[in-house]
Ligand binder design. Sequence first.
Ligand SMILES: Cc1ncc(COP(=O)(O)O)c(C=O)c1O
Length: 434
Amino acid sequence: MSAATLPAVLGGPPVVTAANDPAWPSAGALETAVLGEITDGGQWVGYDNHPARWRAVLEQVVADTTGYRYGVGQPNGTLGIASGLRAQLLARGERWARGRDQVLVADLTHASAHHGVLLGVAAQLGRAPRLVPVPARLDATMDEAVVAEYLAQHADRVLAVVPATMYGNFGAIDRIVALGREHDVIVHHDNALGGAARYDGERALTASISGQGGGKAAPSSEAGMTVTSDPHIAALLRADTDCGHGPGRLDPIPFADLETIAAGNQRLGEQSAGLWLVQWLRALHARLQARENRRLIGELVSGGGVLPPGVLWNPPTDAEYPPFFCLYLSCLDALEDELGLGPKDLRVALCAEGIWAEGGFTPTHQDPAWRHWADGLELPYEGSARVFDRALFVHTKFLRDPQFPGWLSEIFERVMAHKDALRGLGEKVPATTW
Ligand SMILES: Cc1ncc(COP(=O)(O)O)c(C=O)c1O
């Protein structure tokens, strides 16, 4: 197409139409077969003396591919956070927790996930913690410099730090793990958005992944997983999902003669496990394309395409298989200064072309339901606000499609050719609700 093609928001033909829109979720005959086999087989849930089969396969595959030794199925990612915190609190004992009441959480995250933090601590200690939202760096993940400063002053009040994988980036998990060790506080990694990706740095003692259907890297109907490499923690996690009983002899987690604990009934059913397993296997293929697409898009925005360099920024990948929950591009000042366009102009242009683009999650300090936790904390929230304000967050289904870098290039070509007509449109055209 010529550089003069009109952008779709100005009336041109959209780049992505119903004919080439990537399917989501991308499912096939395997999902149908596995769900049929489980449904007809009659064992829809595993517990106690009825060991789960599909859940057991899934737990081993998820653990292996994320670099952990053990996985424990959960109903969802939120309860996965609760379970990781609960198991670590249980292992440390009530004495250690005395006088500690705070949990450092990511300011830029899916704020409802904080519910898992509140539940995990309350279930174990009989009291809810005070949440401390930690501002984000430009790559949208928890700012480890703020964590370091906060722990240097208040570590004796802190129970845990819960950094989150965000927008395709793990962030400084290894550094936060080191800070947790240095200050003797728990670290649980909310890796809800990191499905089928593998972080090679030092990992948190526990991490949790979401298999929720709404766009996660490997979706199920509703599912979650808590992972750890510590057999004792794994046994506690299993007990928490299984009426208080630890692993049996046929469990992927080594058998342990545990005393029964007051359990949380956090089971993962067989249909969800089977569906998630097949989607996880598909994601192992998708992550190869996602890795290549991030490389190509990195080149595109750093001056290897139609856009001038320094207008958009894609954080460098921090893992071999980076999470592909979405593509995150940040609009830099030069977008306004040199092209006269704002993030909203670019978002409406992309949406009209059929690309699901938005600002992403509302940071906790701006979320009407959660912002009270940031009150009174003198932390620098401008960084998180800036990420949200300037983000182009593009749905995962595009990042795994081989045509996507070409589509982006074509759209940027249209934008460059018609930038004067696009200026200010973001204030006039209503944002698409996807
Ligand atoms: C960063 C983050 N953490 C946790 C969760 C919770 O996962 P789930 O929806 O499976 O409970 C989500 C869900 O979107 C999330 O984005």
